[in-house]
Write a new protein. Structure first.
Lengths: 198, 698
């Protein structure tokens, strides 16, 4: 039987550990970080101004095929309209976009998308706060300012055009659950898409 | 819509697979509808290539999906990481032909902080093995496939490429393509199936660690990179050891998307002296989460049943008989009873502490570790033998260990009770009762206080009869009054002790071999002589006394020589052979190879000193019905023999949340990473057959 090797134990403690990698995620259940961003019309939006309402954050990038899939099929626009009609605030966020503000506005109109606002996150400050990884990456914040959903938009991580309306849409499920007074059953899922540009 | 037009563009020209390169470029320019500024072009290309110039009928061969992109672009591994897409292929092969899974080259970490991706810069050669069956056209065959992949730089572009390759068919052995063969070899050889490093997963207070060790010591620092599979419950990690120590302990970070780490699978790359060694690891914690109360209850019951085991029973019986002598003195009984119980508790705590300390230092120790040492087994067998001789009356000990009778009145009697408590624990160690295994296994990876509590429950289970007597001495009324029956009982109880000796020597035999045992038994002969002569020293004649003591000293020397000689022997093979020819010795590598081939495997974790294991061995595994069923289902039987110290097996047990034997694990071999099933410890042929039927008749 091996004798107790204290040296190995000691070195085990001392050794440099660099557990780098995709280390993080804001946990559902924690308060959502406050932010203040301008939108494509120049108006500033703060998260705190929407207290008392359900807020959906949608990280977006018109160049990303995963995002396009939802917009071309009108899936994203449908969800936006349906739930905004129920009083939800929908904020699309573009981090370090390669488009100018005018171009983004034009794309928004062409897509017939009607979010409450399209926010521009230059410098990726808000993306860092929320640890947004992909486009699309969805966050849902409850009226008290607590994060209740963080993850993918649905269970079909494909960049190719198909009918995302037939996929299990986590955002719809979560919003419906909150609407009927239940807790979100699946608060954290692995998001998919193109990388957010840091 | 640009995406639509891009696809239609590709669709229109798909027949010209050779010109894909040009067409991607062409189609991509249509894509710039949404391109804000000058968008970089990936110049992405996908080709199907082969390392052989032709194929033979029914002979497996390798093909490669070769993806290329412009500089600065990258594509993804099977787990793309935080974003991206895994490359997939949909084959159109002649009927009956089978394509294997993609063999991925070793990826790189592509870091765009704070994000991490796993993939390949600029190009990737993904290998697939094809198994042909019939041929429609005898001269050549065309392999077709649709590969879906993604190339990213600042933007990501997904692709669907139709690739095809025409291969001539010949009867002679085909020649290799000198351009592709070395590149195919490089991909295949980059991942080894026989690594020189061993890994195991350890979960301490819900924090997962990967323990990495090697038998080849070297002082150059090792750098370790872990690429997790998509289903892994931990994130990727990079580890640099400043000084190579054994074992290396890498802290893993739990993925945010799983509540608990139960699975750590993926590719580990260990680089030492600039030479990388890559191998797949697969660690799963298959643990039935039991509430602590169930576990404590199991420990209690296990401890109680231990009282009935032949190793413990004689000591217990004598102790009870001792109490009988005290009937009528309830205070005495209570004090002695409690001291005895405390002796048991104390010894279990000592054992538990040793286990906890050794485990947290990373040593692969489990319950039963004391029996893995032949020296300990030898010492135990001598102890039992001497006790048996004492019970028979071959000699008397001054302050009798059994605390039988005479000296109970004196204070030294208490010490006697305490030590007999310790003795009870010592003699309990060779035995594992049902329920005990589960309870003790549960302590693995738990905080120290949980281990201590479980051991306390076990100790209380063992002590239960005494505790009852100590608090309800009136129960003694049910036992007969003291009399000569006590002497007869004591003598009779010598025999279960001798039976235990026989069993321990059998265990020793598995550890030191038949020759070693013979030497050892010769040592026993001298012990018997010594014991008998010591009895005779109670003579008045001084001369006789001196002669006897000299004789005893001489015998002691001879005996020690015999025993030492015996212990120095070792047995060449640790796997028992008689009647066990169908068992393959266990090794992690062998298991992985079998699982990759989708073979069903049954692993039997056993040890010679484990009573439950031996019973199951004889009752179930040697049963004709069971043997026939195993053969019928083509299950590979592997035996992990834990009789002697074996860190690999200890770590594998740890992966199942156990630190004791027996453990029976069944792999169906159906999907590569399917969760194995754990069978119950008490395994009758009926249970075994039922489980096999249930699993394989789905």
């Amino acid at each position: 039987m091996k004798l107790l090797n204290l040296k190995s134990y000691f070195y085990g403690l001392v050794l440099a550990l660099a557990a780098t990698g995709s280390a993080f995620a804001i946990e559902a259940g924690k308060p959502a970080p406050e932010f203040s961003l301008p939108d494509i019309n120049g108006q500033t939006h703060n998260l705190s101004q929407y207290k008392g309402k359900l807020v959906v954050l949608e990280w977006t990038n018109p160049e990303c095929p995963y995002v396009e899939r939802h917009y071309e099929t009108k899936n994203m626009q449908e969800i936006q309209k349906e739930y905004m009609g129920k009083g939800i605030v929908w904020l699309s966020v573009a981090t370090n976009p390669s488009f100018t503000t005018q171009e983004l506005a034009k794309i928004n109109t062409q897509n017939a998308a009607t979010p409450t606002a399209v926010l521009i996150d230059k410098g990726a400050k808000v993306a860092s706060l929320y640890e947004a990884k992909t486009t699309p990456h969805m966050f849902i914040i409850d009226p008290q300012g607590k994060l209740i959903y963080n993850g993918a938009i649905d269970d079909r991580p494909k960049p190719f055009k198909d009918t995302p309306q037939t996929a299990k849409n986590y955002v719809r499920v979560a919003l419906n659950e909150v609407g009927s007074g239940k807790a979100v059953s699946n608060p954290m899922t692995k998001p998919y898409g193109c990388s957010v540009k840091y | 819509m640009p995406y639509e037009s891009y696809n239609t563009c590709m669709q229109k020209y798909k027949s010209i697979s050779q010109s894909i390169f040009v067409l991607s470029f062409f189609c991509l320019s249509l894509f710039s509808h949404y391109a804000a500024a000058e968008q970089p072009q990936p110049q992405a290309k996908a080709q199907l290539v082969a390392e052989q110039r032709a194929i033979q009928a029914h002979q497996k061969f390798w093909v490669g999906i070769y993806l290329t992109m412009a500089d600065g672009w990258h594509t993804y591994w099977k787990n793309p990481g935080d974003s991206g897409l895994q490359t997939q292929i949909e084959w159109s092969l002649p009927s009956g032909w089978k394509a294997g899974a993609i063999q991925w080259p070793v990826p790189s970490r592509i870091e765009v902080p704070p994000l991490i991706n796993y993939g390949y810069d600029n190009q990737a050669l993904l290998l697939v093995q094809i198994q042909p069956s019939g041929f429609k056209t005898p001269n050549d065959v065309t392999l077709k496939g649709k590969v879906t992949w993604m190339a990213c730089k600042n933007i990501c572009i997904p692709f669907t490429h139709n690739i095809s390759l025409k291969m001539p068919v010949q009867t002679d052995l085909p020649a290799f393509d000198t351009n592709w063969k070395p590149r195919f070899d490089a991909v295949r050889n980059a991942v080894t199936e026989k690594p020189t490093w061993k890994t195991s997963l350890q979960i301490d207070n819900a924090q997962p660690f990967l323990i990495v060790s090697t038998t080849q010591k070297s002082s150059t620092p090792a750098e370790i990179t872990f690429f997790p599979d998509s289903e892994s419950h931990v994130e990727g990690a990079v580890f640099s050891a400043k000084e190579s120590s054994d074992p290396l302990r890498i802290t893993l970070k739990k993925s945010a998307y799983t509540p608990e780490v139960k699975k750590v699978t993926g590719l580990l790359v260990v680089t030492q002296n600039k030479v990388p060694q890559a191998f797949y690891i697969n660690h799963q914690v298959v643990q039935a989460a039991a509430p602590i109360w169930t576990i404590l209850f199991f420990a209690l019951i296990g401890g109680l049943i231990l009282n009935l085991m032949p190793c413990v029973f004689p000591v217990i019986a004598i102790k009870v008989a001792g109490f009988v002598k005290q009937a009528g003195k309830p205070a005495e009984i209570r004090k002695h009873g409690l001291t005895f119980v405390f002796g048991i508790l104390f010894s279990f705590w000592v054992l538990a502490t040793i286990l906890v300390v050794l485990n947290s230092a990373g040593h692969a120790i489990g319950w039963g570790f004391q029996l893995q040492s032949p020296v300990f087994v030898a010492a135990l067998s001598i102890l039992f033998f001497v006790m048996g001789l004492n019970f028979l009356g071959a000699f008397e000990v001054g302050a009798s260990f059994a605390g039988m009778g005479d000296k109970l009145a004196r204070k030294s009697g208490y010490a006697g009770s305490f030590f007999s408590g310790m003795l009870t624990t010592i003699v309990a160690t060779p035995c594992t009762a049902p329920f005990m295994g589960t309870a003790l296994g549960f302590t693995l990876g738990q905080p120290a206080y949980v281990t201590m509590t479980v051991f306390t429950a076990l100790a209380l289970g063992v002590s239960l009869p005494y505790l009852l007597l100590a608090f309800f001495p009136k129960l003694l009324r049910f036992l007969p009054k003291p009399g000569t029956w006590m002497v007869t009982l004591k003598q009779a109880l010598a025999f279960p002790l001798f039976a235990t000796v026989i069993w321990l020597i059998w265990v020793l035999g598995a550890q030191i071999g038949v020759d070693g045992v013979t030497w050892f038994l010769s040592g026993f002969l001298t012990i018997a002589l010594i014991v008998w002569l010591t009895g005779k020293t109670q003579t008045r004649s001084k001369v006789k006394k001196i002669i006897l003591w000299i004789l005893i000293a001489a015998l002691l020397a001879i005996g020690t020589l015999f025993i030492a000689n015996g212990l120095n022997s070792s047995v060449k093979q640790t796997v028992q052979t008689r009647g066990d020819t169908q068992w393959l010795p266990y090794s992690d590598n062998q298991l992985n190879i079998l699982l990759k081939d989708h073979r069903p495997v049954f692993v039997n974790f056993t040890a010679a000193w484990c009573v439950t294991c031996q019973v199951n061995e004889r009752v179930t595994f040697r049963s004709d019905e069971v043997k026939k069923k195993f053969a019928e289902l083509g299950i590979v039987m592997m035996k992990a023999d834990w009789t002697s110290y074996n860190p690999e097996i200890t770590r594998t047990l740890a992966g199942f949340g156990r630190n004791g034997v027996p453990l029976y694990v069944l792999y169906t071999g159906k999907e590569e990473n399917s969760t194995p099933q754990i069978l119950p410890e008490v395994l009758t042929p009926g249970v075994m057959l039922a489980k096999l039927n249930e699993t394989f008749n789905k």
